[in-house]
Design a protein around this ligand. Sequence first.
Ligand code: FAD
Length: 377
Amino acid sequence: MKKEITLLGAGLVGSLMSIYLAKKGYSVSIYEKRDDMRKGNQQGGRSINLALSNRGLKALEEVGLAEQIKRLVIPMKGRMMHDVKGNLTYQPYGKEGQFINSVSRSWLNEMLMDEAEKLGVNIHFEHRCSQVNLDTQALEFETPSGSKRIQSEVLLGADGAFSALRDAMQRSDRFNYSQYYIEHGYKELCIEPQQGEFAMEPNALHIWPRGRFMMIALPNTNETFTCTLFLDYEGEDSFANLQTPEQVEAFFKTYFPDVIPLIPDLTHQFFQNPTPSLVTVKCYPWVKNRTCLMGDAAHAIVPFYGQGMNAGFEDCRVLNELIDTHQHNWDTILPEFQQARKPNADAIAELALKNFVEMRDLVADSQFLLQKKIEAH
Ligand code: FAD
């Protein structure tokens, strides 16, 4: 007999997983702490757009959504490096026909939720999971109308880097956990279209490598770019030293002069937008009884390989495969899932950290940075 499945989190991974499960005939309920983002009151704090690679597309293909999604992505065929003088160097990502895709996070998430609901998935918004009992699989939620308790048969925690399910696991025996914040935070800035057109080459991921820090930009379908500045919180060149409009202008004049004319309201955006942190989370086991972590809840990584969501989508694909292999026997499916996915999750976590150094340093205008250091001494 098919079970009822409870999912925590209607983010990218929870929404996609619910589609796989509903297609298999499960009765699926998702509990999401936020309000419905489709009503327009989005809460910020995460990247506006994402790089979707073949890894993620493969899962979307399996649930029949890839074609629909491909129509609303912008292919990025290579990286376009900007040096401090504004000179451009282009490196293709692969062979002709190989590329990654820029996609809007909110559009993708909303589309997945729409699809899930069409298949009968019940999404309970404004339900913040506050407690999980791993033995009884009882859950407690805070809702606008008070607290609520439910019982789950199989519980999948796709509730992100600060997961409530993982929180409960952390208080159980023989659970390993580590979290590591890098020294950099990030700031998103928007480049508006120029005369109704993209201000820069749209089919590329733009990078301004500057040694210890960097800025990147991904195109959006409305002809804007979302730039992300990754910078130390503390130190000489850092967010701590960008406290006034004059400091921000001087910093951009020194390091990103070609961007200044493209963002007329630079200082306004800079002080308006938050400066979130970046964390790597590792833990194991992901499974206790019939509860299991997936996506960022199991393996949050830094974004420099553009693979967090893609790896989470692969979790969904692998879990779906195991449901078939083990004919809906969840006592076998979940332990096999964690064994299959943990080494991959660890590998991409390391690669993502290393790729930050690669991206910010690789083609950096080292001559310029050297000169700056010489001048400083
Ligand atoms: P989330 O997207 O975090 O969703 C978790 C959901 O759970 C949320 O809706 C949340 O509200 C809900 N929730 C949380 N706690 C509770 C609770 N207690 N009760 C109920 N609900 C709860 N990945 C890529 O593949 N490509 C990229 O280019 C890329 N770029 C990135 C850029 C930045 C700056 C950042 C920060 C990340 C980037 N990522 C990228 C990573 C990607 O954002 C994550 O891997 C992805 O969002 C993980 O999806 P998820 O569903 O597991 O978690």
